[in-house]
Ligand binder design. Structure first.
Ligand SMILES: Nc1ncnc2c1ncn2[C@@H]1O[C@H](COP(=O)(O)OP(=O)(O)O)[C@@H](O)[C@H]1O
Ligand SMILES: [Mg+2]
Length: 290
C-alpha cells in the first residue's frame, strides 16, 4: 500500500453528491475488479463517461482514489477513500460530530480523535498486502479469490476487535465500544498514554497487578489478547486500559497457551527491566489459567 495523507474534514466537506456517488460505486465494483474501468463506473452511476472521468479526477486530487494504466486503464479505491466513506456514514448516523487529530499510527491502523456524544477514538483498520498473509493464516474463511483482500481483511480485523471489546467491556478495563462502520470502530477515548511512553510509575507493582488481573478476567471471558505488551496498555492517572484487540484468540485456539504465555511474558519482561519488579512467569500463567 502507498503512503497516504491523513484524513481531513475539509476534504470530506468538499465532496459533492456526484463525487460520492462515484466513490460509492467504485467501492462496490472493487469486489469484481482490481482496477475498475471508467465505463463500468459510468454505467453503475448512470453518469456520462465525461462526467464520471471528471469526478474521478476530483477524487484522485483528494487522494481518495488511484488510477493506473497497467495492466489496463482503471481506477481503484485506496485506504483514504475507504476511511472517508466510513467517516461519512458515521457522521450521517449521528455517531460522530467532528473529526479531530491523528493520535495513533501503527502498521495496521490509524487512530483519530473525534467527537460524538463524548470524546471518542476512531480506529481505521488498514490491513495491507504484507500483513494480509498472516491474517489469512489465522482466519481460513477469507475467500481466496476476492479481488480486494485488503478491504476484506481490514473489515475482518475491525469486526474481530469490536467483538473482543463488546465481550470484555465493562468487566475488563478496555475502551467502551461505541460503533462499527465498514473497517472502522468507534470507541471511548482514553486519556494518558501507552505504558512504554508513560513517565515513571509511582507504584509499579500495583499497576502490574492491575494488568495481570485484567488479563485473567479477559481469559475468564474467553479472550486472550495475543499482542499484549507495554505498547498496548494505556495508563491514565492510575487507571490502566488494555487496547488493540484485533488478533485476539479464544482459549480453544490451538496456540492459546503459547499466546497467553507470550502476552504475560512481554508484560513481566517490561516490568522487570524498567522497574525491577520480578514475578515468575510460570506462577503467573498458572494463576491466570487456574
Ligand atoms: N481508545 C483509545 N483512546 C486513546 N488512544 C488510543 C485508543 N486506541 C488507540 N489509541 C492510540 O492509538 C495507537 C494505535 O492504536 P492501536 O489500537 O494500538 O493500533 P496499532 O498498534 O495496530 O496501530 C495507540 O498506541 C494509542 O496511542
Ligand atoms: Mg498497538
Amino acid at each position: 500500500m502507498m503512503e497516504e495523507m491523513p484524513l481531513s474534514a475539509d476534504v470530506i466537506r468538499s465532496l459533492q453528491p456526484y463525487d460520492l456517488r462515484v466513490l460509492l460505486a467504485l467501492e462496490r465494483l472493487m469486489h469484481r475488479f482490481e482496477w475498475v474501468p471508467v465505463e463500468d463506473l459510468a454505467g453503475a452511476t448512470r453518469l456520462s463517461l465525461k462526467e464520471a472521468e471528471y469526478r474521478l479526477g476530483r477524487l484522485i486530487e483528494r487522494d481518495l482514489v488511484r488510477f493506473d494504466a497497467v495492466p489496463y486503464r482503471g481506477y481503484a479505491l485506496i485506504f483514504n477513500g475507504l476511511d472517508t466513506l466510513a467517516l461519512r456514514a458515521l457522521t450521517r448516523r449521528g455517531t460522530l460530530r467532528a473529526l479531530g487529530s491523528l493520535i495513533g499510527e501503527g502498521k495496521e491502523a490509524l487512530v483519530y480523535e473525534g467527537l460524538g456524544v463524548a470524546p471518542v477514538a476512531i480506529k481505521f483498520h488498514h490491513v495491507g498486502q504484507r500483513s494480509f498473509q498472516s491474517v489469512r493464516l489465522n482466519r481460513d474463511y477469507i475467500p481466496e479469490r476476492t479481488h480486494c483482500p485488503w478491504i476484506f481483511a481490514s473489515r475482518l480485523s475491525a469486526e474481530a476487535e469490536f467483538e473482543a471489546l463488546s465481550r470484555l467491556y465493562p468487566r475488563v478495563p478496555v475502551p467502551e465500544p461505541i460503533a462499527m462502520e465498514r473497517h472502522a470502530i468507534v470507541m471511548e477515548l482514553i486519556g494518558g498514554t501507552t505504558l512504554n511512553r508513560a513517565a515513571d510509575l509511582d507504584h509499579p507493582p500495583v499497576v502490574l497487578d492491575d494488568i495481570l488481573n485484567a488479563v485473567q478476567e479477559a481469559y475468564r471471558q474467553g479472550v486472550i489478547h495475543n499482542d499484549l505488551s507495554e505498547f498496548n496498555v494505556m495508563i491514565d492517572g492510575d487507571r490502566i486500559v488494555l487496547i488493540d484487540w484485533p488478533q485476539w484468540v479464544g482459549p480453544d485456539h490451538p496456540n492459546a497457551r503459547a499466546c497467553l504465555e507470550r502476552d504475560i511474558n512481554n508484560i513481566l519482561t517490561f516490568f522487570s527491566r524498567k522497574y525491577r519488579v520480578n514475578r515468575s512467569l510460570k506462577q503467573v500463567v498458572e494463576s491466570v489459567v487456574g
